[in-house]
Design a protein around this ligand. Structure first.
Ligand code: ZN
Length: 288
């Protein structure tokens, strides 16, 4: 009897604690909940192997405290990321658990465990046009900017399922979080039409869930070793000291030590690191 009473009390307590029933609750009107969600969204600074900042973007923690979702195009060509939290804490991220270039999604892994709360994901996918959405990301490097809008439409393009929405985003918002009005992630803010007004696109969160389910939960690759992008070899990285000048030819994709190298045509001076980043390779004769 006592046990039954306890269960009833517990059930009553749980009801009191739970958020108001669907229909009453509005994440977009709950500034405290949005502030809390922003703790799990990061501004990303993407760096090359030689510590040059290549891009800024956004990302958010999901599934568990060690994983970060972003767009593939945010980290492409990068070797590591510094993820900056809402409170200006900095985290090193150099692991990749999965990525899909075509669907523009990457699942990254923090180098050290964090205590950042993973954001809840919408799994029923019951989205309708006009529904309210909240976007959190770092447009133009403005960390964790909040914007509110609605779903405008749904599109399939190049094999990707897109959510079109109006909450303003800009360059740098890529990889940011798009929430429904229950405070669950529905998409990854990915693209905006610069010539249009508030025509913005998010990749559906299902794509990130698909990547997570495909992952063996053990293997973590190094960001600088992803396929489909040519990273400098170890010996190129060793050669590439700040200020080293090489010569590149107009005709080929080689760099040279010597502008008079017999294979040169219309030589142009260039910083070695720039040459490597632009895909030039040692000529093999004057530069091995
Ligand atoms: Zn040469």
């Amino acid at each position: 009897m006592k046990k039954r009473l306890f269960t009833l009390l517990l059930a009553a307590a749980l009801l009191l604690c739970s958020k108001p029933a669907l229909g009453d609750y509005s994440f977009s009107a709950d500034a405290d909940a949005i502030e809390k969600a922003a703790d799990s969204v990061f501004m990303l600074e993407v760096y090359s192997y030689n510590n040059r900042m290549l891009a800024t973007g956004s990302g958010f923690v999901a599934f568990d405290s060690s994983l970060l979702i972003t767009n593939y195009h945010v980290i492409e060509g990068g070797s590591y990321v510094i993820a900056i939290s809402d409170d200006l804490d900095e985290y090193l991220v150099s692991g990749v658990c999965g990525y899909d270039k075509n669907r523009d999604i990457a699942l990254l892994c923090f180098d050290k465990t964090t205590n950042v709360a993973p954001l809840p994901l919408d799994t029923d996918g019951n989205l309708k046009r006009s529904q309210t959405v909240v976007a959190i990301g770092s447009p133009a490097g403005l960390r964790n900017t909040i914007s509110i809008g609605n779903i405008s439409g749904f599109y399939k393009n190049s094999g990707k399922d897109w959510i079109q929405f109006t909450a303003p985003i800009s360059s740098g918002s890529s990889g940011g979080a798009l929430f429904n009005d229950e405070g669950e992630i529905i998409g990854i803010t990915t693209a905006t039409y610069a010539s249009a007004q508030n025509v913005n696109m998010a990749v559906k969160v299902e794509e990130a869930i698909r990547l997570y389910n495909k992952w063996d939960k053990k293997t973590v690759a190094k960001m600088g070793n992803m396929k489909g992008y040519s990273y400098p070899t170890a010996s190129q990285q060793k050669d590439a000291k700040e200020g080293t000048i090489v010569w590149v030819s107009g005709g080929g994709k080689k760099y040279h030590n010597n502008p008079n190298c017999s294979k040169m045509r219309s030589p142009v001076q260039m910083d070695l690191m720039d040459a490597i980043e632009q895909g030039y390779e040692p000529c093999g004769k004057c530069y091995k």
